[in-house]
Design a protein around this ligand. Structure first.
Ligand code: S3P
Length: 456
């Protein structure tokens, strides 16, 4: 029997979980939780606006709850009304107060980098930390541009958390060209520019997710996006806008939808619909890639909700073939490579995923975690420079391994999905990190017919 009681977030100790081939094809209609990126931004901009921001569909994962707690600690009034429905009474731009204690952002890189952007132009001192994964991730990529506004940082070696930041009392507007394609760095600079006089411009050579720009416009900020002759986007924010509270409807997270989506593709005979999934073009690279691999994915009931394109994804299982995924697509599917690699392992032929340097600085070194995990499951896999190469045989891969999830929710979910299509079950050593982004992953997958079982 599927184990619906296996709710990883509730466990105090590591929660091992295993996935094997289900007795029947996966089937049914499910809705995935709210988009993580949009949920963080809705709380942050709501916290900086004047008035009452009503949010529906907020992701209630640990990462987003860490953002809510941090904003509360700085004076914002944030209340959960019912499931996914939250009310924020903002303090007004520049109105945040010095937090009395260390801000602990848990596992969340987005919370850390975006909040550092806000803190960089609020003239008080904050201390920021996170879990072992977040404390190992590079913050220098935001410390460099935010210091130019006049903020002062004191961090561990290599720009790691914990760090102290003292925001600039007289911030200086910046023009900054992104050295890495990162929406987190872009957003940190734009959010710092909000409480800075004059215009701050962020130059983005490769488009990354644009939720910050969209939501700033939605809250009444003046923001311009101008392409240059070389194809880069120049994003300019005018300082000191009147940010006005505005309702936000958070669409389903395409990065969470990716897991039941690939599961439905690799379990023979499956027919699954995932409803209300956000399909912002800066996030839709996985669907394009899977379609190139021959996936049967139909977009139904397409509409615009809360300024974002949304659709139901109707997915039917079928044999996939290998594909060559170009590096310029990486920013639009950066969180989806673990599960794309799972799809590639069940496909026929070679899949090359190019230009994945950024995967090395995610919640874990995902390039290594994917390659080691797939090899342990009997897949022929290679890392060549920043490219990942997976050889599919067109037959179910062996499986039968136990995967170390290393505080990485997407590695955990990807390898559980792998197990659904493998010859032998696959176990993960700890399912608890899943609660950072997809608290109901296990019961939702079990409702579709997956059979995840607790171990130990
Ligand atoms: C995010 C941006 C991405 C992504 C992360 C969420 C965001 O990180 O990996 O899960 O909400 O801006 P980078 O911008 O650092 O690539």
């Amino acid at each position: 029997m599927p184990d619906d009681s296996a709710h990883p977030a509730a466990a105090a100790r590591p929660q091992a979980l295993a996935a094997g081939r289900p007795a029947k094809p996966l089937s049914g209609r499910v809705a995935v939780p709210g988009d993580k990126s949009i949920s963080h931004r809705a709380l942050m901009l709501g916290g900086l606006a004047v008035g009452r921001t009503e949010i529906s569909g907020l992701l209630e994962g640990e990462d987003v709850l860490a953002t809510a707690a941090a904003l509360r600690a700085m004076g914002a009034d944030i209340v959960r009304e019912t499931d996914g429905r939250w009310i924020v009474h903002g303090v007004g731009l520049g109105g945040l107060a010095e937090p009395a204690d260390v801000i602990d952002l848990g596992n969340s890189g987005t919370a850390a980098r975006l909040l550092l952007g806000i803190l960089a132009t609020h003239p008080f001192t904050s201390f920021v930390t996170g879990d072992a994964s977040l404390r190992s991730r590079p913050m220098g990529r935001v410390i460099t541009p935010l210091s130019q506004f006049g903020a002062h940082f004191l961090s561990r070696e290599g720009g790691r958390l914990p760090l102290a930041v003292t925001g600039a009392a007289n911030p200086v507007p910046q023009t900054y060209r992104l050295p890495v394609p990162s929406a987190q760095v872009k957003s940190a600079v734009l959010l710092a520019g909000l409480n800075t006089p004059g215009e701050t411009t962020l130059i983005e050579p490769q488009a990354t997710r644009d939720h910050t720009e969209r939501m700033l416009g939605h809250f009444g900020a003046t923001i311009r996006v101008e392409p240059d002759a070389g194809g880069a986007r120049h994003i300019t924010i005018e300082g000191y806008p009147e940010l006005t509270a505005a309702p936000i409807a958070v669409p389903g997270d395409p990065s969470s939808a990716a897991f039941p989506l690939v599961a439905a593709l690799i379990v023979p005979g499956s027919d699954v619909t995932i409803t209300g999934v956000g399909l912002n073009p800066t996030r839709a690279g996985l669907i394009a890639s899977l379609k190139e691999m021959g996936a049967d994915i139909a977009l139904e009931n397409q509409c615009i909700e809360g300024g974002e394109p949304v659709a139901d994804l109707h997915v039917r299982a079928g044999m996939l073939k290998g594909a060559d995924i170009p590096p310029e697509r990486a920013p639009s599917m950066i969180d989806e490579y673990p599960v794309l690699a799972v799809a590639a392992s069940h496909a026929s032929g070679r899949t090359i995923m190019r230009g994945l340097a950024e995967l090395r600085v995610k919640e874990s070194d995902r390039l290594t975690a994917i390659a080691t995990g797939l090899a342990a499951c009997g897949v022929r896999v290679d890392v060549a420079g920043d490219d990942l190469i997976v050889e599919g045989t067109g037959k179910p891969p062996a499986g039968g391994a136990r995967i170390a999830t290393q505080l990485d929710h997407r590695i955990a979910m990807a390898f559980l999905v792998f197990g659904l299509g493998a010859k032998q079950p696959v176990a993960i050593d700890d399912a608890r990190p899943i609660a950072t982004s997809f608290p109901d992953f296990v019961p939702l997958m079990n409702r579709l017919g997956a059979q995840f079982t607790k171990e130990g």
